[in-house]
Design a protein around this ligand. Structure first.
Ligand code: DNO
Length: 393
């Protein structure tokens, strides 16, 4: 696979010359300064592409070309926004970029409750706790009837949290769930918003009463509308699985498991409609057999996130070592190398280690942690390639 790295543009503290030194071949990025829903112009795309190329790398994948909420909940302006999306796709193609990662998660792109959950070895990882999330939902957000969605065990944990959480803890939880994990991925809420919880409530209201079937239908509508453009300009759309891969906040999630993946691939049965195989997101659900999913969907996968999660008996999960957890990254490397040794791959997140936390990197996107993971994955790939008789680049 092509060794790529998510880079957040010229303002990223991690520079392209640093990445060149650690074996990165391709860059995964987006026009982070263009507001959601606006057309990406050829000039802006070209400027960034040429900058990346001046460091001897290529712009391999766009992550993400954001799909506006209004397209997801079928707002009155969705057709207008879809036209703009098509325009951006066309401009990217004319600049030689053909792989587009996006997601169809309502409101919240990805969710974690703890961004520095300590490991025994002194590193820390991103973590998701059902009890903390339920506490956020029921006691901070105060979503109507939220309690109905949680098990008795989780609600008992929430009661305990009510006794122990300080205002500072509440603040940190809000930051973790709706600010720090969202802003930098072109989310709806940024560090500059003064009332993130209020804003978040308004966003959730947009989806009031939406069912899984309706959300699926909205995804089918979007994909069908852009497919002629994807065909004409050879654009490979790859949806990112929902992270975590189960419903949260009373909202449906539609890219969480075998049945969901099979549904959206068939709903618009065109090779340009494909998957980002995020082993991290998929392995966070105990219902997923990640290796089987990779075997089944490798031929419609256009981008891979090599990451693994450990799931605890109560469903909480932590981001594991790239050599551990539920996703067997060695077997996944075999499957994807056999299917297409040029498939772009990134290690996704890495642990916080050796001072990463003091640097203020985006949550999950550390330098040393990701570099360490990248070294491990490079080793896996070199071994698998030797096994398969594939020449290393
Ligand atoms: C988080 C990421 C997501 C992902 C988007 C793709 O680290 O996996 O933000 O980039 O959902 O649209």
């Amino acid at each position: 696979m092509e060794k790529t790295w998510r880079w957040f543009g010229k303002k990223d503290k991690i520079t392209l010359s640093m990445l060149k030194q650690i074996g990165v071949e391709g860059i995964v990025t987006a026009l982070h300064d263009v507001p959601n829903g606006e057309v990406w112009t050829r000039e802006k795309i070209r400027d960034l592409r040429e900058y990346i190329e001046s460091y001897g790398m290529r712009w391999s994948v766009v992550e993400s070309l954001p799909v506006c909420e209004s397209i997801k909940y079928a707002g009155p302006d969705r057709d207008k926004l879809i036209e703009k999306y098509k325009e951006s796709l066309k401009n990217l193609s004319l600049e030689g970029i053909h792989t587009i990662c996006y997601n169809f998660m309502p409101v919240l792109d990805w969710a974690r409750t703890d961004l520095a959950h300590p490991n025994p070895d002194g590193t820390s990882n991103l973590f998701f706790s059902h009890a903390q999330f339920a506490y956020f939902d029921c006691c901070i957000l105060k979503r109507e009837n939220a309690e109905e969605q949680y098990s008795q065990e989780v609600l008992e944990e929430v009661e305990k949290l009510k006794q122990t959480m300080t205002p500072e803890d509440d603040h940190r939880l809000v930051e973790n769930i709706i600010v720090k994990t969202q802003g930098f991925v072109n989310g709806n809420i940024s560090e500059n918003d003064e009332h993130p919880v209020e804003l978040f409530r308004q966003l959730l209201d947009l989806y009031k009463g939406i069912t899984k079937d309706q959300l699926r239908e909205n995804m089918r509508y979007f994909l069908s509308a852009i497919m002629p453009t994807c065909n004409e300009y050879d654009m490979y759309m790859c949806v990112h699985p929902d992270d975590p891969p189960f419903p949260i906040l009373g909202l449906p999630r539609i890219v969480t498991c075998d049945d969901d993946i099979s549904w959206f691939l068939k709903a618009v049965d065109d090779p340009h409609n494909g998957l980002t195989f995020c082993a991290g997101s998929l392995s966070a659900g105990a219902h997923n057999n990640v290796t089987e999913l990779a075997r089944k969907y490798a031929d419609r996968t256009w981008f891979v996130h090599m990451r693994s999660c450990k799931v605890f008996p109560n469903g909480d999960f932590t981001e594991a070592s790239h050599l551990g957890g539920r996703a067997d990254l060695i077997e996944l490397a075999r499957i994807f190398e056999k299917t297409n040794p040029n498939l772009p791959m990134r290690v996704d997140h890495g642990p916080n280690m050796l001072g990463d936390l003091d640097k203020g990197y985006n949550a999950g996107y550390t330098f040393l942690g990701r570099m360490f993971a990248m070294g491990q994955v490079q080793g896996i790939l070199a071994t698998v390639d030797r096994e398969l008789g594939i020449n290393q680049k």
